[in-house]
Design a protein around this ligand. Sequence first.
Ligand code: OOG
Ligand code: NI
Length: 470
Amino acid sequence: MSSASAHAADPAGDFVSPDGIRDRFAQAMSAMYRDEVPQYGALLDIVADVNARVLRAAEDSAPMPEAERARLGVERHGAIRVGSARELGMLRRMFAIMGMQPVGYYDLSIAGVPVHSTAFRPADPDALARNPFRIFTSLLRLELIENPELRTLAARLLDAREIFTPGALRLTEEFEARGGFDQQQAQDFVGELLQTFRWHARATVPLELYRRMHDAHRLVADVVCFRGPHINHLTPRTLDIDAVQQEMPRRGIAAKEIIEGPPRRRVPILLRQTSFKALAEQVRFGDGAGEIGAHTARFGEVEQRGIALTPKGRALYDELLREANAGGAQSGPEDYEARLERVFQAFPDDLDAIRRQGLGYFDYAPTAESIPAGVDAGDLEALVAAGAVRARPIVYEDFLPVSAAGIFQSNLGDAARRAFQAADARAAFERALGCAAHDEFALYEAQQTASIERCLRGPATARDEARHLP
Ligand code: OOG
Ligand code: NI
């Protein structure tokens, strides 16, 4: 069915697309955070400058595909932490309105952090190209609070709070009943949902209780002692993270010392991230005039994304990162970078080798009108070798919080390191979520497989199909 007839037959044609709602929401979140944390705005300016410079330099030799270039300017991820199954389940329904699905499961307890998480993001390539806005969403694991009295108090505080506005709740039900939003509803929904993620300069508990929660873990205090899950960072994507890292101090931003993830390479893999330190913000505790104190939660981060790795590539990456980190905390940042680079020489740094060894995911597309004589149209490798098919790396759309947290933990030394004894909690997480989280590898694999199938049906056919896309 063509989209024109769907439009005529179905009132859904008048609904704002999920991509459109997500785009508005991402812009609104960015504007709000820029307002609340001015250093985030400064970081956006640096990233815009660096990206423009990289794109200009690559214009002749390796121009970026138009779709990728277009999304770069709006690309962000954020992070929030919620406290209960109900909160997570509601968020899943609300993010679904914006085409954001739970992808991946991250158990952060292995790094001593009492949460587990997923990333809400668009799952299909077209939606990702429109606006890849992602929100890394963590659920506090109350059962990991050791003190039973504190655990009960935390549960009570979470039970008593409502993080959604009545408008957001009503609109979500309306959306689910009708299957879409008109322009006005979309605008209202974005405005209402935004309220959930804003900063509250007043805690819901007295300072003394805040301190006890903080002693259990600073994330426990961050989740339990406030009215809602304030967005704790918003991260733009850069094409040269080393340049951003160097530029930050020049513009008065205190960056952390090392970039997390893989070393700088010709072919970027997965994700490299760096951040500036969290701000200590003034908070009023308790009722009435209350006591004045500070809470440290919100920071800034920047990331560079590379090719998505297959399970085989990821296993190699994890092994090499472990080896690099085994050097321990005694060495300075310079030693760490050198060691990382040395160890990662074992990971091929050339697209063709990564592809041939099955370490990364690729999107294949025909290049030629007709297949050169003597080349088997059913043989992908022969088509690639003959130049009749090109392979482009698929961008990693997900996260690496545990490898980052692992480095953080190893820098803290033994005294501060805490390994929570946690059974596999994925099932409980997905019950709270109300559905299973997508397997990120399966999504990349499906994209690669679909692209190969289009090539093997014959270059001309695939190109015709592409021409007929709306
Ligand atoms: C987890 C944030 C994880 C990333 O980029 O890996 C994340 C949190 O502290 O809430 O945003
Ligand atoms: Ni982040």
